[in-house]
Design a protein around this ligand. Structure first.
Ligand code: ATP
Length: 306
């Protein structure tokens, strides 16, 4: 698998303010890359730079192994995008809108229009004009338009924003089909972790214009650990009991009164043995280091909407 997008020290200044700072981003072929960050973090600006809508102040962008320049029309033709909200001719129908888009792109193909509407489940809307569409339908039409020319790489800026749970589910299913069945690499931004974690293969976290982390979901899942924390009278004595009587080796003494155990143990057995060996137990709790904790620690916002 190759790298589809690579940015090196990407910077964007607006009126002297660095809204994107030294971003080094790597998107691999075939993956769904979740671009996670609070409002104003710089996601849209990065996406605009990737699509040549905004020029970087400095740094490099490589897409499909080629540097992105002002005249990279070939590269741009292989990409589809929805940046900010998709805009349509409201009085026209879906097919009429896509017809016009095809004409504009110099890619007239009736079958492609039908295929892409099918792919986003926008059928049976023949005579309806776009002004009567729900937000979810508009978003899906935006995706249909973005995939009309059968791009290899799709950029979607907050496509789930404002959708109801059913709309979100529909969108997720569409992303999965585009990715897994059609092999399209997808960059998708959101400010809500829960939306991203279910679909992304890799997550890039951005805040204040800096890419704080780029990590695969597999690695994150492996890192998220559960443990049991014991509060005891004497952690040294307790550690001896764990090692010698219970044969537990995967634990950590936190301080004089706390021990964390990272392996599965029978809590009843454990407490019984500790009491037998004169260690008094003041507390025992189970913890799960969740994905959310991981990102909240990273972003240090303290809210679940990072
Ligand atoms: N054309 C512009 N001129 C001046 N400042 C801008 C411009 N475009 C974006 N910014 C600023 O750059 C910062 C990053 O904005 P950007 O839209 O990229 O963030 P974002 O992560 O996409 O957030 P959102 O989800 O709210 O769009 C913000 O502080 C924004 O006000």
């Amino acid at each position: 698998m190759g790298t589809i997008v690579r940015t090196r020290n990407l910077v964007k200044n607006f009126k002297g303010v660095e809204v994107v700072q030294n971003v080094n981003m790597n998107i691999q072929q075939g993956e769904i890359y979740g671009f996670l960050g609070p409002n104003g973090a710089g996601k849209t600006t990065v996406m605009k730079m990737l699509t040549n809508l905004v020029r970087p102040t400095s740094g490099e962008i490589e897409i499909f192994g080629q540097p992105l320049q002002g005249e990279s029309f070939e590269v741009l033709r292989r990409m589809g995008s929805i940046i900010e909200y998709p805009v349509f001719y409201e009085k026209l129908t879906a097919v009429e809108n896509l017809d016009l888009h095809c004409e504009y792109m110099g890619y007239y193909n009736k079958q492609a229009i039908r295929d892409s509407l099918d792919m986003v489940n926008l059928t049976n809307v023949h005579s309806k004009s776009v002004k009567d569409y729900s937000l979810g339908m508009k978003q899906r039409l935006g995706i249909a338009r973005a995939i009309l020319t059968k791009p290899e790489f799709l950029i979607l800026d907050e496509p789930i924003n404002g959708l109801d749970p059913l709309g979100i589910k529909e969108m997720r299913d569409i992303f999965k089909i585009l990715s897994k069945e059609h092999g399209i690499t997808i960059l998708i931004s959101s400010h809500i972790l829960a939306e991203i974690e279910q679909i992304a293969d890799t997550i890039g976290v951005i805040r204040g214009g800096r890419l704080l982390e780029e990590i695969s979901m597999d690695v994150i899942r492996k890192q998220s650990t559960s443990y049991m924390e014991l509060t005891i009278s004497d952690s040294r004595q307790a550690a001896r009991v764990l090692e010698h009587s219970l044969r537990i080796s995967n634990y950590k003494v936190m301080d004089e009164k706390h021990i964390r155990i990272y392996e599965i143990v029978d809590a009843k057995d454990l407490t019984k043995r500790l009491v037998q060996e004169d260690v008094s137990i003041e507390g025992l709790s189970h913890y799960q280091n969740s994905l959310e904790d991981h990102f909240l620690q990273l972003i240090q916002g303290g809210e679940s909407h990072v």
